[in-house]
Design a protein around this ligand. Sequence first.
Ligand SMILES: *Cc1c(COP(=O)(O)O)cnc(C)c1O
Length: 469
Amino acid sequence: MKYLSTRGDATPRAFCDILLEGLAPDGGLYLPQAYPKVDAATLARWRGLSYADLAEQILALYIDDIPRADLRMLLQRTYTEQVFGTPQITPLKPLEPGLYLQALSNGPTLAFKDMAMQLLGQLFEYQLGRTGRQLNILGATSGDTGSAAEYAMRGKQGVRVFMLSPHGRMSPFQQAQMFSLQDPNIFNIAVEGVFDDCQDIVKAVSNDLAFKQRHHIGTVNSINWARLLAQVVYYFRGYFLATRGEGEVVDFTVPSGNFGNICAGHVARMMGLPIGKLVVATNENDVLDEFFRTGHYRVRSSRETFETSSPSMDISKASNFERFVFDLVGRDARRTAELFGPALARDGGFRVSPQEFARIAEFGFTSGKSVHADRLATIRDTWQRHGTMIDTHTADGLKVAREHRRPGVPMLVLETALPAKFADTIREAVGIEPPRPAALDGIEALPRRFQVMPVDAEQVKRYIVAHTG
Ligand SMILES: *Cc1c(COP(=O)(O)O)cnc(C)c1O
């Protein structure tokens, strides 16, 4: 299996060539040259597998430069009951006949990003170990991604994490989650600014190519192909749990921001998994809903990007979206490069042609939007009628899913976080405190390890140099 760039760079690259990469050199995103196809007989064979065994079957189709026994070992280490709280890893919670939540948020940071990031930690350590290389991950976070990365990389050989966050602006729970880590390879930098300042510092450091090379700077953002690939597995898993035989079809609704999660659903569907609809659920930041309704992709300015009670979906543009558009335009790299290069820079967006727009249905995509009041109503209703407490992002998904139910077709809503992370909104909705997994009781009282720094890229560079030897 070789990988290409959505913007036309066709240098054939193997999985491990792109494992530690973000963007392709031409600014595009990596995708496999073709999606491996899975037939009904194969699905039937996979139905009874454990999560780790299923992951091995799927990932082996995409990874041919890690020996199978090693891949197997890495997956068996990643998807364990100890890390994800249940042997099922991503169990279904039935709400009513044909409507399920698929729990993706039982990992260490209580959000679905653990599903992929935990595997990335294993893969990075393995690949760095066998090539004798080092990696210093530099990132900016307002919460979820940073903590998932730190919990995945803690204690891993050859990897250090330097994570910038806006000083005093994350929730007390998120600060405690990140800053209580005492692992010597994890460095929390609290920047005296806002999230955008943190991102600007990451860009400034990454744009210093000499520094970047000399100090082995890398990232773990959501465009990383390995992250996306890891997420493909739970669509298969959800399908098997919700059906009894291979003739059946299921729909998925996915609370979406950067389009990484649902893009994995698209890949699963392209492989032949019988997914009918892929429903994109957005919050007030409705870039994606607008596109799927109108064919117009319009990147938002920071003034038009709202801070909402489902903050992990507060995006101005969707960084994985280019992957889907590449498939939508028939894998025409020149067209993709025109849309995401000049058109985006010139006009802040683009409109696909009527013919391209008409093809969206062939890919199963549709969309909907949810706002704060919907979130509150959905959390309250789900608690009162089903006795199930859901988080704000999952509430956006469930609200939109209900608008897209089809008779006789199971609908799976991906649960992307646990309510404990968003206690304020839960209290507002149902008047009680969300339960917290026992392992996280009292984390606010643990000793903290972090460094406060002004908005100054040079100072961040000096800090990295001082801590990488
Ligand atoms: C990251 C995140 C999302 C959005 O996922 P994308 O892959 O960016 O679309 C939704 N919900 C939660 C809780 C998240 O952390």
